[in-house]
Design a protein around this ligand. Sequence first.
Ligand code: ZN
Length: 147
Amino acid sequence: MQKDTEHIALWRELAAQTQREHDREAARLQAQLGELRQELEDRPEKHIVTYIDADELATARDEKTRAFTARLRAFQTLAEILALHRERTSGHCQCGAPFADCKVAQILYGNDTFTRWIDDQVSRLQLYRDCDLPGNFPARFDPRWRR
Ligand SMILES: [Zn+2]
């Protein structure tokens, strides 16, 4: 009987020890899992995504700048053409044709975006602000210039 009691105690101790080892291993694995989850969270992919986003942003900015520059060049060229096709007090276009018949003037004056840009640039020039009018644009030499 004594032997059985010792035997049972040994088995209990062994079972308890096994349980403690199991608990320790489970805790270790749980901690490792937590570390791996954290590592996954902190992975460089996040940074790579950030860089990709930054690259896309820089590309979009470059495209916007290029589009803006291209539009500016086009408007500056149109401004030079406008300087040659303006309505004079005589009702004629600068080119000599009756203003209403000058197809170039009709195209230029029919473009609201361009005429707003010209008006804005001339206003800026007359307020001594930076403007994007071409260097040879008549408003640069005539402070009373109106389109
Ligand atoms: Zn004309």
